[in-house]
Design a protein around this ligand. Structure first.
Ligand code: ADP
Length: 456
């Protein structure tokens, strides 16, 4: 154990979706041994920032590789992306006397007792500034021995919730125990972290290939501009995502921005076209200006077909001016601006060809309707943190939801959760969005709830 205090370098890779939000890190057995670690011991992972985790052994296929597999939240908390190197050392976690949490997601108001929250987090190490998830996934397979106590806690809510650790006492790495005093602030607080953890690659199902393509075309150039300059290659300025509504294009663009440490600017096509004379162009210029100032940035234009329909077709004066403005802005972008424009449409044939010339939107990625395996993954993501009844079979659900896109599957899980609430508490007022955690403790979403939701 002489070198147990020495840090070890490992390369970051993504954890499996079902391991997301559990606060564990998979690393090689040999490294664990050299650091004097056994399953469940606390480590400190240092990238641009430092975050703790509980160490467990590697996935079977990784045996012998110098990899550390962590989830999207942990990558955000450590300030790294997949492929980066981190230092890992053994660490100690102290019982927290007091922890203050706040929602790390916008548009979410929390209220209620913190007892269930406490049980969700018991034993999980974190530090001030980390974003943590309320994963109460009771149906985790291949659970490493000794880990049950950390992950078997009941979910705090029916859906996974991300919380920012606003403060934790004592300083450093802590974990919650029975005596920890917990304060839950009701309103969103912006993490001061460089990377936001609201959406990561872990939150997108059935798109491993697409994510790989985007990483190569967008994430790498944004994160390593020097590399591309050295190679004399100009990274793409614009890329088009094709696919039906609800397949996750917006979510994907947001995840790429977060994982690339880039700012994200969303332009909604129909919305921007709705503005008064001259305003649409002004708004476009403004967004591009701001994005360039705060680069690295991703500008995402949703439903670009409404801004840039084929000229000469239905388009009126307003569209022509806006397209012209968009083209000017794209052409004016320096190759090294560290700004990528991603546009989405479900009608590729309807867009002005001028947009697809080299130097503009010259890359295309198809985002299709998910297959059975994709649906299974998406269902896994949206039931993360959901207390599920024993008979719930996500594989069966994936088989019977042919044609469903991600948005449909998300709606299905939400509807099933509401069925469960309806079943238990007919008198509950769902509008208020606040359900006492004590009630949630007893609640599980059953197979019948899903079947009921499917019928709606
Ligand atoms: P699009 O931009 O293609 O219309 P969105 O990204 O807006 O679709 O998706 C809407 C919602 O549907 C997302 O917020 C998410 O809840 C869900 N969703 C869609 N696709 C996926 C996916 N592949 N994995 C997980 N969730 C998805």
């Amino acid at each position: 154990m002489a070198d147990a205090e020495q840090p070890t370098k490992l390369q970051v890779a993504n954890a499996r979706p079902e391991d997301s939000g559990r606060g564990i890190a998979h690393l090689p057995r040999a490294i664990m041994a050299s650091l004097g670690l056994t399953d469940g011991d606390v480590i400190e992972i240092s990238g641009k920032k430092v975050t703790p985790a509980r160490a467990v052994g590697p996935y079977d296929e990784d045996e012998g590789l110098a990899l550390i597999r962590i989830d999207g939240l942990q990558r955000a908390n450590a300030g790294v992306g997949s492929g980066d190197f981190v230092e890992v050392r053994r660490a100690e976690s102290k019982p927290a006397t007091r922890v203050v949490f706040a929602p790390a997601q916008q548009n979410l108001r929390l209220q209620g007792s913190t007892n269930a929250l406490k049980r969700t987090f018991i034993g999980r190490p974190f530090a001030q500034g980390d974003v943590v998830a309320t994963a109460g996934h009771q149906r985790v397979q291949n659970m490493p021995p000794g880990m049950q106590q950390f992950v078997n806690a009941p979910a705090y809510a029916l859906q996974e919730i991300r919380l920012l650790v606003v403060s934790a006492t004592p300083k450093g790495i802590v974990h919650v125990d029975e005596n920890t005093e917990i304060e839950l602030r009701p309103e969103y607080e912006e993490p001061d972290a460089a990377r936001r953890a609201d959406v990561t690659y872990d939150d997108i199902g059935g798109m491993a290939g697409t994510i790989d393509q985007l990483r190569e075309m967008v994430e790498l150039p944004l994160r390593y501009p020097e590399l591309f300059q050295r190679l004399g290659v100009d990274p793409p300025k614009g890329l088009l995502l094709y696919g039906p509504p609800g397949t996750g294009k917006t979510r994907l663009a947001r995840a790429v921005a977060n994982e690339s440490d880039a700012q994200f600017y969303l332009i909604n096509g129909p919305e921007i076209m709705g503005s008064a004379y001259g305003e649409s162009e002004g708004r476009l210029r403004q967004v591009f200006e701001e994005a360039a100032k705060n680069a690295p940035s991703i500008v995402f234009i949703d439903e670009i077909d409404s801004i840039a329909p084929k000229r000469g077709q239905v388009s009126g004066e307003a569209e022509k001016r806006v397209v012209a403005q968009l083209l000017t802005l794209m052409d004016g972008l320096e190759a090294r601006a560290n700004l990528v424009v991603i546009a989405a449409t479900n009608r590729p044939e309807a867009i002005d060809e001028a947009l697809r010339r080299p130097g503009r939107f010259d890359r295309e990625i198809v985002v299709g309707v998910p297959d059975e395996r994709g649906r299974r993954e998406i269902l896994g993501i949206h039931t993360r943190g959901m207390p599920l009844g024993d008979k719930v079979d996500l594989g069966e659900l994936a088989r019977t939801t042919f044609g469903f896109v991600g948005a449909d599957l998300a709606a299905l899980t939400r509807e099933a959760a509401i069925e469960a609430v309806r079943r238990i508490m007919p008198q509950l007022n769902l509008e208020e969005r606040t359900i006492p955690p004590e009630v949630l403790d007893m609640l599980a979403v059953t197979r019948e709830d899903f079947l009921g939701a499917l019928k709606r």
